[in-house]
Write a protein that binds this ligand. Sequence first.
Ligand code: ATP
Ligand code: MN
Ligand code: MN
Length: 309
Amino acid sequence: PSKIVSGAKGGRTVVAGVTLSNPDKILWPATDGAPAVTKGELASYYEAAAARILPHVADRPLSIIRAPDGIEGQTFFQRHAAPGAGPRLKLFEIGEGKPYVGVTDVGGLIALGQSGALELHPWGCRPGDPETPDQVTFDLDPDTALDFGAVVEAAHAVRARLEDLGLTPFVKTTGGKGLHVVAPIRSDGRSRVDWDQCKAFAKAGAEAMRRAEPDRFTTTLAKKARGGKIFIDYLRNGRMATAVAPWSPRARPGAGLAMPIAWDQANASLDPRAFTLHDAARLLDGPDPWADFRKAEASLRPALKTLKL
Ligand code: ATP
Ligand code: MN
Ligand code: MN
């Protein structure tokens, strides 16, 4: 596959029907080992990755991190649609003030890229239904003293716990310091649960793991409680909570991606920094380790019962 990102100037100005202003604007400056990434290239990436990204973000309210002047400029965490957001963005009337922003298709992704959206953070809800969770996320946040191998082992421990509870979890890197373990849950008919149930499940699951191995896990948000442990951040599972989307770039040096991986890639040699926008063409050329994510949906109800919730 030809490179999507190479620091090239003079790239396309229209991507998926969306006109880009300043396509040569540098969003990620060049680093020692890697060329800069321009806005035009970010748009090309969103276009190339749309089939992988959209199943996880389409028709869900999104928080975005915008860096219109690049990662060294000001960044904004934004949930609401800007006035005049344009026809390609979807608006969610959540019932509290201004509408929330979302996308339905590749044009929407490019429109976000055009506005300088470097990161995509969807709700964990069912498409088109912000009141219904359809996945549960365990966000593993290691103490800075730990090496990444400890996070990998923790992810496998969470996986085993979730499988015991009848779920089928998947794992992704975040483009940051930890890993996310995510299980799709059925959200139709009698399987449907609400946000309180989803959050209660995540909390109880995390607490059970902490009780079993208190030297290894903490469920306390405060960084000072983390000493040498992994914080199992279950707070990603409430209404309005988000987690970074699979394949989302991060607005940090290195242009890392939140990368969905297969469980056998989560081993001692996993280097989460190996997944970046610079390798996007190669990564997209490979198989999708999360291709069966939706097919793996399981009801949360038996798990709620097991945990006496
Ligand atoms: P890392 O692996 O470095 O922890 P992360 O994406 O998991 O990366 P966290 O700080 O653990 O970063 O946050 C988890 C998720 O919570 C994020 O992916 C994001 O969607 C959401 N989040 C983080 N900070 C905020 C914030 N200030 N406001 C709202 N949501 C946030
Ligand atoms: Mn995290
Ligand atoms: Mn966290």
